[in-house]
Design a protein around this ligand. Structure first.
Ligand SMILES: [Zn+2]
Length: 75
């Protein structure tokens, strides 16, 4: 789950751009750009299967962060 670092909630986040690359019918790379409609913060989420063999959380840059405790990827 991605949340806004300023607002500490995902409630106002919008995905403004999303790209997914597939490899063997599985997502191998994901890039998503986020914008918070409340505080206008922006951020980017990037996931690469090749970089995260043991860690599915991915990388975030900008004013967003991954809420790891509630990440569906870790369920
Ligand atoms: Zn915000």
């Amino acid at each position: 789950m991605i949340i806004c670092s300023n607002c500490e909630t995902a409630q106002f986040l919008q995905i403004t751009q999303s790209r997914v690359y597939f490899e063997n019918d599985e997502p191998s790379e994901i890039t998503e750009k986020y914008e918070c409609t409340l505080c206008e913060a922006t951020g980017k989420y990037e996931y690469s299967k090749h970089d995260h063999e043991d860690d599915d959380v991915g990388d975030v840059t900008g004013d967003i962060e991954v809420d790891q405790e509630e990440s569906p990827l870790r369920a």
